[in-house]
Design a protein around this ligand. Structure first.
Ligand code: BV8
Ligand code: ZN
Length: 249
């Protein structure tokens, strides 16, 4: 088969996706670790993914933190150092442009890296928290790290208690406000642009299904099929950093 043939399909699909975005605007966007992959931030389940070296139960759970706060903080500090050096990539900037054009009204993200905000996105709903925020286990003091902490585990400046990353661990409920906002947005949007997620982590992974159940369109961008693909009206197979900018052309 001619090497360029699949491109024809992709060009067709990008045109179809752009038509849906315009006709049923504003969409919402739903993003996962894949949108940050081209910024050099490792994904969770892909090759070289974070979990390959560690299992979620070992690190991203309250029990793991209880057992070994230093190990869990070593892992988060390692990720903060990668994210600190990372820059938003063309996929992040394409979503900012779609917001400026009024084609998407908000980005609902599972990511904790804060790259959507750094790219200039105005509306971001963080379902799993943010790696730069921390809170005290004893007095609930909240702080924002400007750079990775020098000493781990970091201590509360107010009471000396143990700080924890302000992210949602496995087995923990999502932040009430963020979850309610995300569901409201999904119920009231006629379309969702799903970018770079395997769609396996719940309840976040329900968001595209809520849009579908309310008669909305699902456009997915991913380098491979995911748990969302079966309900996608348009599946744009490719890297987010290459495909999304072509949606705003
Ligand atoms: C809850 C923050 C209940 C932390 C994350 C057993 C015990 C306990 C719970 C469960 C259990 N079994 C199931 C559950 C539920 C569990 C769950 O869903 N587990 C999964 C594994 C089955 N969920 C929970 O525990 C949730 N809480 O259920 O609480 C409860 C309820 C009420 C009251 C009390 C308790 C909490 C889940 C949140 C966990 N925290 N992150 C941190 O980051 O350190 S999840 C973590 O996974 C990240 O947030 C990540 O974003 C998220 C989802 O992964 P993806 O983003 O999709 O990333 P992934 O690597 O999987 O996929 C990347 C995709 O990108 C791939 O498809 C790839 O093809 C694509 N890609 C790669 N490169 C590119 C690309 N696409 C485009 N371009 C590219 N260049
Ligand atoms: Zn404290």
């Amino acid at each position: 088969m001619e090497a360029w043939l699949p491109m024809v399909g992709l060009v067709e699909d990008i045109r179809r996706a752009a038509e849906l975005l315009v006709q049923y605007r504003p969409f919402i966007a739903f993003t996962g670790a894949g949108i940050s992959a081209e910024s050099g931030v490792p994904t969770f389940r892909g090759r070289g993914g974070l979990w390959e070296r560690f299992r979620p139960e070992e690190l991203a759970t309250p029990e793991a933190f209880e057992r070994n706060p230093r190990l869990v903080w070593e892992w988060y500090r390692w990720r903060m150092e990668i994210i600190y050096k990372a820059r938003p990539n063309p996929a992040h900037y394409a979503l900012v442009e779609l917001e400026r054009l009024g084609l998407i009204r908000c980005v609902v993200t599972q990511n904790v890296d804060g790259l959507h905000q750094r790219a200039g996105q105005h509306c971001v709903v963080e379902l799993h928290g943010n790696i730069w925020r921390a809170r005290c286990m004893r007095c609930s003091y909240k702080l924002v790290f400007r750079e990775p902490p020098r000493e781990v585990p970091p201590r509360c400046p107010r009471c000396g208690g143990l700080l924890r990353p302000d992210v949602v661990w496995f087995g923990e409920p999502l932040p009430e406000e963020a979850w309610r906002t995300a569901v409201e947005l999904a119920e009231s949007s006629q379309g969702i642009l799903v970018v770079g997620t395997s769609g396996v982590v719940m309840p976040a992974g329900y968001i595209p299904h809520i849009v579908k159940q309310h008669g909305g369109y699902v456009v997915e961008v991913n380098i491979e099929e995911s748990a969302v693909t079966p309900i996608a009206d348009v599946f744009l197979k490719g890297r987010a950093g290459e495909v999304l900018p072509r949606l705003v052309e």
